[in-house]
Design a protein around this ligand. Structure first.
Ligand SMILES: O=c1ccn([C@H]2C[C@H](O)[C@@H](CO)O2)c(=O)[nH]1
Ligand SMILES: [Zn+2]
Length: 136
């Protein structure tokens, strides 16, 4: 688990990354910051599309950046929006993030920088995951 200082750093990154959001349709800015076990921090924002189904959330942007750079193990993720307090990851992101471990700590940040922490297991109990494909 990340130190209090590291979590604070993630929280600040998530708040800052809201400014990069490309969200002309929803106008709902979201920023995320993901800490890999390697120590690297990957940031993300939501990126929308005129074909609405093509929108990608801030959390998945951060994960895709991280995995494509070679990191696959993570400890903490912070996510912040500019409108709702304690921004809650959507169902698609919960499934996407659960792929990389149910111990991940998800810090849901308020607009004022406070946060509530949950494990991935709490956010998606009984998740379908990689292990399920092994069973027969
Ligand atoms: O946790 C969340 C919730 C929503 N969104 C994005 C998706 C879409 O661009 C906009 C409105 O749903 O916010 C995120 O990036 N993360
Ligand atoms: Zn999402």
């Amino acid at each position: 688990m990340a130190s209090v200082e590291k979590v604070q750093e993630l929280v600040q990154h998530s708040l800052q990354m809201r400014e990069r959001a490309y969200c002309p349709y929803s106008k709902f800015r979201v920023g995320a910051a993901l800490l890999a076990k390697s120590g690297k921090i990957y940031t993300g924002c939501n990126v929308e599309n005129a074909s609405y189904g093509g929108c990608i959330c801030a959390e998945r942007t951060a994960f895709v950046k991280a995995v494509s750079e070679g990191d696959r193990e993570f400890t903490d993720l912070a996510v912040a929006s500019d409108r709702n307090d304690f921004c809650s990851p959507c169902g698609i992101c919960r499934q996407f993030m659960a792929e990389f471990g149910l111990d991940l700590r998800v810090h849901q940040v308020s607009t004022t920088g406070q946060f509530k922490t949950f494990t991935m297991n709490e956010l998606l109990p009984g998740a379908f995951g990689p292990g399920d494909l092994e069973k027969h």
